[in-house]
Design a protein around this ligand. Structure first.
Ligand SMILES: Nc1ncnc2c1ncn2[C@@H]1O[C@H](COP(=O)(O)OP(=O)(O)OP(=O)(O)O)[C@@H](O)[C@H]1O
Ligand SMILES: [Mg+2]
Length: 249
């Protein structure tokens, strides 16, 4: 059975997509076969981190939802030659009319349960990572319900604290087997160890990592996967530790 790990946050811009891409790259660097699915159908962007432009996406999750293609056809191999395992990206379409059509018509996300099973079997996946839209909506509830683990990304910001509490409560009520927090964009003035303790005791939940606000990450500006561009950065080491914890569960 592949592990299904979804990456959530209540508020936007916390670093979900970058976290998803980095976890995938580091898992694949250990030889694992990983798929990343962009379920942020309303505002997709995960493909950018893997060097793809919107117009490069010829087959998307949307096409599968509309019954035009098998999910496997939307899975693009990425990071080839950069990792010893494999990473496949299932992107969402960034075409305006595709996004509008999904928003107008909605879709039955229960179909994704069999799609993810199919993807896991056909690509012989070890891990399936799901990048999500911020906040709570039907898609995020669905992804929580089918996940073996959830990573909730938050900044040390009062609005994030409150919102994270909501997501944690929902994940608990859906009995997600494993849940952990990742604190991102922490200012250098905060002691990371003390911050991790505060966050874990606030939510009664383990903290995978405390990532600093990083100029190198901002400079990269989603043009690549941080862990592969900066393999020796302390932030990459802390992401490796997050991977070890996630895979140990
Ligand atoms: N630790 C960090 N330090 C500095 N900048 C960061 C850090 N993590 C992420 N960023 C930047 O924050 C922005 C948002 O990151 P990202 O797209 O990964 O967030 P997101 O949670 O997926 O956003 P959305 O909710 O819109 O999907 C990007 O510009 C990214 O480069
Ligand atoms: Mg995102």
């Amino acid at each position: 059975m592949a592990k299904i790990i979804s990456v959530h946050s209540f508020r936007g811009g916390t670093g979900k997509s970058n976290t998803t891409a980095n976890l995938a790259a580091l898992m694949a660097s250990q030889g694992l076969r990983v798929a990343v699915v962009d379920t942020d159908i309303q505002s997709p962007g995960l493909h950018v981190l893997f060097g793809l432009r919107g117009e490069d996406i010829t087959h998307s999750l949307n096409d599968h939802i509309w019954g035009k293609i098998a999910i496997r056809e939307a899975a693009i191999p990425v990071l080839e030659g950069q990792v010893s395992g494999a990473v496949f990206l299932v992107p969402s379409s960034v075409r305006a009319d595709d996004i509008v059509q999904i928003l107008r018509q909605g879709y039955d996300m229960r179909m994704l349960t069999s799609a993810f099973r199919e993807l896991t079997e056909e690509l012989e996946l070890d891990v399936l990572l799901i990048d999500t839209h911020p906040g709570l909506n039907e898609e995020t509830l669905f992804s929580l319900a089918i996940s073996s683990a959830v990573v909730i990304v938050m900044r040390p910001d009062q609005q994030d604290y409150e919102g994270t509490g909501v997501t944690v409560e929902v994940a608990r009520s859906l009995e997600v087997p494993s849940m952990a927090l990742l604190v991102n964009k922490a200012p250098a003035s905060l002691d990371p160890v003390a911050l991790a303790e505060t966050v874990s005791s606030t939510f009664n939940c383990p903290v995978l990592a405390v990532q600093p606000h990083s100029d190198a990450m901002l400079e990269l500006g989603s043009r690549g996967v941080f862990a592969l561009v900066h393999p020796d950065d302390p932030m990459t080491e802390s992401l490796r530790s997050a991977v070890r914890q996630l895979l140990a569960d």
